[in-house]
Design a protein around this ligand. Structure first.
Ligand SMILES: [Zn+2]
Ligand SMILES: [Zn+2]
Length: 1073
């Protein structure tokens, strides 16, 4: 939305680009003692403002138009109606003045014509449902994803509309009703018109009160309105037109060196009219001087020279020195400090020292992503080239993309390889005979971002490192040292010990690097209407993108982190629209989105642009959490609390800021329970310790898999327990083959390549190609692959009729083939988005194990689970309102996995129903309470309850069993569900105690809410969870817990029914608690 303002005259040009009116003049007003205005003092209106009648007429016409569904509200249409009401012409300038007065309400901008063509577009606004949309209408000329900022110059129309909240009848439920939104009733329309008229009166009063005595309010308004005369997007071809305001002042984005300080920017934010005390908490981390130290023993002259010449490094920081000294004493090292504090030197200097001492030395460097590895390889190569005597050391990348014909050469001649654990597991260790030279001389293994390895993946990695150490020892090398850096984590040395199975670890946590000042803000979106809190808060995305535009206009480079891919694209789409409406195409050209799903090529291009400083803004998912070097960022905005929890939050916040500059991090809270928990307890964001990173060394599933591999590398003996732990023996006896001499060999069913049977990252999903066919059939036009999407996402994103968003541009899915796994899309600027209507049932199929619950007659179950997903249609949404519901005939997606479950006892279910409690809320909350107390929960899922389904206005056909159920995502079996099952007694008890003793009223992130809940914990009841947990544990339920709810919900509206028993596999015996 464009919100240039009335008072810009007194403000500097840079002040208004992305913002609204500043409050400067209000302050002036107060200093002059005109406080009466705040108490409702109504100034006398100059004659000029009698065009209130113009506003009234416009208001009436627009209210009428919006009551007609899908009515295109173009300026010519509106003008004709207003003119016939007023019997006088409606001038462009006048409308611009209205926009200057009410920038938040009035939308007056050029819009792609295509956006006004609405599917099912009918004057009467019937809710007819169509099965297959007509795509021909949406083709736009010449658009393609390769031209990211494509605008069709001749396809825009001037739109005049009011964009304040015009919601219809409010549903009594928290979720939205399933039906199409009712058109406004005549009474509601009247209320809306009245409210807008009042806003107008208020705005004029504010202007009059705010105008200093020596200025003319009319002149002020007229001059402000100049900036609201809409710019045709075609004007972007002449840059001066998009960057110059009418008075000819050049609007440019300051160069990085010239940007204002963050403190200044925050002050400016607080002066904006749209600033309504959103900042609820501030914390400043003051700038810190670097602290250097000297190495003992000192580095050689040639290494010193290399550091100086290739890095301009003449001294080392304390943490670098501590790490390098410890390595030279023969220790292993973990450095756990804030991001970007010179970690690479910690790996490189020791490597150079080893090479100087012994030119045969070899090293393995491991980075979590290929992009990071590429960056670092180039840096190391450069350092070696500047180091006299080491110029010829060979550094190679050895990963899945390395061509077969190059691999032998690398094995034979490389001194350093940049690789990953997948390659060590599946390519290096199985061929240890060809790697003998390398492994024998392996002096150092550097693993960056060690916090990346946890959960199932981390547990596999832990076994791979043990196999590596074992093979090295077998070829006579027991001297390999391990060095890692990680983000700030709890118990770094313990995590290192778990991952590598080593002792003698030096832990370095003091950060000696200098850092600039960092301002941290917690931002809660304001209420839509302070007089009516029930309307809720302004959407966090609106707030985040406005803040982002404001920062970018001042030359502050911003990264906006979004929780999921879809919100990343929606934010990009919003920025596209808002910056176009602001006439800031110069900024729009410098913003991009970045997320999983984009091709490698696209990602590299965006990374390069970011690194070179071309980009002013990046909208990203947590794909950018890891340290891909994207250059200097000044600010991070986090849109919603990340699904990855506090650790993820701190990682993201750490992405902004470099040594010498100040930086900003802003957490913009969603309305969800977890976000609001941190609004109320902001200190926890900084001070609460994160959960320990868990690695499951006891998992029999994972251990067996790697023992099969290890035995193939070198047959196993009892002595190998020192690598694989006490569980090894038992697995070897039962699952491997023992020969006469007592050696254990791989079981034949894993041969000839056991590593091929063991997937350390889970089975890779099939992918669908998303192909843009807009240009097919045109001269020179070809189809272009936009993205490749995993099957598990494809289902929800690329059904026929879906609006697919890529770089904030909208595409319509024309055709999906499940045989060829391809979706054809056409570029089209539609003004709605789609949301699938779907459900996923998680059903227990067969029981493999049963376990008693201690002190309770109830039991826990483990077994086979079926996941059944059906996308049966979709909604079209415009401004969050449903404009249409379309049915689909997509085949269901079924897959099987393993999991565990607990049935809610019938008496408790009845009790809850009788007292009007919602069992779905109770079950959902209890499930998260359970997962919150299970250390490996990151690799388990649960059936989350969806507010739209639980709170829908009509009775539901779909009934779910009263059951807490947890399952492993299919393709990822690491024995996590078994683990939960084996420890069910302690987890349940722990969950119960936590919920019972938690201080919160309605449930919080410490007890029943989870940042990773797919449905934002909206269906949740702490009390209900406690009742279920008590019942399962056989504890008495205090009658006070059950608050009698006055209106007992009719059974028809209950989505939960008693769980029926599951078929038990033969020979299953009940295990004792
Ligand atoms: Zn709580
Ligand atoms: Zn959930």
């Amino acid at each position: 939305m464009s919100t240039n303002d009335l008072k810009r005259k007194s403000a500097t040009p840079a002040d208004d680009a992305a913002g609204g009116p500043t409050k400067k003049s209000r302050t002036t007003k107060q200093s002059k003692g005109k406080k009466a205005a705040q108490k409702g003092y109504t100034p006398v209106w100059p004659e000029y403002f009698n065009y209130f009648k113009v506003f009234k007429a416009l208001n009436t016409v627009l209210a009428f138009c919006s009551s007609r569904k899908n009515f295109a509200i173009t300026f010519p249409v509106v003008r004709t109606s207003v003119e016939s009401l007023l019997h006088e012409p409606l001038e462009l300038a006048k409308v611009a003045e209205l926009k200057a007065l009410l920038p938040e309400i009035v939308n007056f901008a050029y819009t792609p014509r295509i956006e006004l063509r609405i599917h099912g577009d009918q004057q009467g606004g019937s809710s007819r449902r169509e099965r297959s949309p007509d795509f021909s209408a949406f083709r736009t000329a010449g658009a393609s994803s390769s031209r990211l900022n494509n605008v069709d110059e001749d396809e825009h129309v001037l739109v005049l509309d009011f964009i304040d909240n015009s919601r219809g009848v409010k549903s009594s439920n928290t979720g939205f009703a399933y039906a199409l939104p009712p058109a406004l009733t005549p009474a509601a329309t009247k209320k809306l018109v009245e409210r807008r008229n009042n806003r107008f009166v208020e705005a004029v009063n504010e202007l009059l009160n705010a105008t200093p005595a020596d200025e003319d309010p009319v002149a002020l308004l007229q001059s402000a309105a100049q900036d609201h005369i809409p710019l045709h997007p075609g004007a972007k071809n002449t840059p001066s037109a998009s960057q110059t305001n009418v008075k000819g002042k050049y609007r440019t984005v300051p160069e990085p060196e010239e940007r204002p300080t963050i403190a200044d920017v925050i002050e400016k934010v607080e002066q904006q009219a749209w600033y309504q005390a959103q900042i609820t908490y501030k914390r400043v981390f003051e700038a810190k001087e670097g602290q250097s130290a000297t190495l003992d023993p000192p580095i050689s002259d040639s290494i010193a020279q290399a550091l100086r010449d290739s890095r301009k490094i003449t001294s080392l920081y304390t943490h670098q020195v501590a790490a390098i000294n410890a390595l030279s004493l023969g220790k292993n090292v973990i450095v756990s400090t804030s991001t970007a504090s010179g970690k690479s030197v910690i790996y490189q200097v020791p490597l150079l020292q080893f090479l100087e001492a012994d030119p045969q030395s070899t090293a393995i460097f491991i980075y979590p992503t290929k992009a990071l590895a590429q960056d670092q390889r180039a840096a190391l190569q450069q350092l070696l080239c500047s180091c006299p005597g080491l110029e010829h050391v060979k550094v190679s990348t050895y990963d899945g993309d390395t061509p077969q014909e190059l691999r032998a050469g690398i094995r034979e001649t490389a001194s350093v390889i940049f690789t990953n654990f997948d390659m060590i597991h599946a390519s290096i260790l199985p061929h240890e005979d060809t790697w003998r030279r390398f492994l024998k001389n392996l002096k150092i293994v550097a693993v960056d971002e060690l916090h990346y390895y946890y959960g199932i993946f981390g547990s596999h990695v832990a076994q791979v490192t043990r196999r590596l150490r074992r093979v090295c020892a077998a070829v006579g090398n027991r001297r390999t040292r391990f060095v890692s850096c990680s983000a700030t984590i709890s118990k770094p040395a313990q995590h290192m010990r778990n991952i590598f199975g080593i002792e003698n670890i030096e832990e370095v946590t003091e950060d000696g690097a200098p850092s600039g000042r960092k301002d941290f803000l917690v931002w809660n979106p304001p209420l839509k209407d302070p007089m009516d809190p029930s309307l809720g808060r302004i959407h966090s995305m609106t707030e985040a993108t406005r803040l982002m535009r404001f920062l970018m206009a001042r030359g502050v480079r911003v990264i906006l982190f979004c929780k999921i891919r879809k919100s990343c694209e929606l934010a990009m789409k919003a920025l596209r629209q808002e910056l176009s409406a602001d006439g800031r195409l110069d900024i729009l050209d410098r913003v991009m989105s970045y997320r999983g799903g984009y091709s490698q090529e696209d990602r590299r291009r965006i990374e390069r642009e970011a690194f070179s400083g071309n980009l002013l803004g990046i909208v990203a998912t947590n794909a950018l959490e890891l340290g891909v070097d994207i250059g200097v960022l000044d600010a991070v905005i986090m849109l919603g609390f990340p699904m990855g929890g506090l650790a993820s939050f701190r990682q993201q916040a750490g992405r902004a800021g470099r040594r010498a500059r100040d930086a900003l991090a802003v957490f913009v809270a969603d309305a969800l329970p977890v976000d609001q928990h941190y609004i109320n307890n902001p200190e926890e964001l900084f001070d609460r310790s994160t959960n320990d990173l868990m690695v499951d060394l006891d998992s029999k599933v994972i251990l067996e898999a790697h023992l099969q591999c290890a035995a193939h590398e070198i047959p196993l003996t009892g002595e190998d327990e020192k690598y694989f732990g006490p569980n090894m023996k038992d697995i070897c006896e039962t699952k491997l083959e023992k020969d006469r001499e007592g050696w254990y060999h791989t079981h034949p069913r894993y041969l000839p390549y056991p590593a091929k049977h063991v997937s350390i990252r889970g089975i890779e999903e099939e992918k669908y190609s998303v192909v843009d066919v807009t240009r097919v059939g045109r001269p020179g036009g070809t189809a272009q692959i936009l993205e490749e999407i995993e099957l598990s996402r494809a289902l929800f994103e690329i059904y026929e009729g879906a609006v697919f968003i890529h770089q904030g541009l909208t595409f319509l899915v024309q055709e999906v083939s499940h045989d060829t796994k391809m979706a054809k899309l056409v570029r089209s600027d539609v003004n709605w988005i789609t949301e699938p209507r779907d459900f996923t049932n998680v059903d227990a199929l067969q029981t493999y194990r049963i376990r008693e619950l201690r002190g309770s007659p109830h039991r826990a179950f483990y077994g086979r689970i079926e996941l059944f997903t059906l996308v049966y249609g979709y909604f079209k949404l415009r401004n969050k309102a449903i404009i249409d519901a379309v049915d689909l005939d997509t085949p269901p997606w079924q897959r099987e996995t393993t999991g565990m479950w607990l049935d809610v006892p019938k008496p408790v279910l009845d009790l809850m129903k009788d007292s009007g409690m919602n069992p779905a809320e109770a079950i959902h909350a209890a499930q998260h309470a359970f997962l919150n107390r299970f250390a490996l929960a990151a690799d388990l899922r649960t059936e989350c309850k969806v507010p739209e389904k639980e709170y829908k206005a009509s009775a539901s056909q779909r009934k779910r069993p009263a059951r807490l159920i947890f399952y492993e995502p299919s393709g990822k079996s690491g024995g996590v569900a078994v683990k939960a099952f084996d420890h069910v007694n302690s987890i349940l008890r722990d969950a119960h105690d936590r919920v019972e003793t938690c201080d919160c009223e309605e449930g919080c992130a410490a007890c029943v809410d989870s940042p990773s809940c797919k449905e934002g914990n909206l269906v949740s009841s702490k009390m209900g969870a406690l009742i279920i947990l008590k019942a399962l544990l056989g504890l008495p339920i205090d009658v006070d817990l059950i608050r009698q709810q006055s209106d007992t919900v009719s059974d028809a509206f209950n989505t939960v029914v008693e769980a029926t028993s599951v078929r038990v596999a033969e020979g299953v015996e009940v295990e004792s608690a």
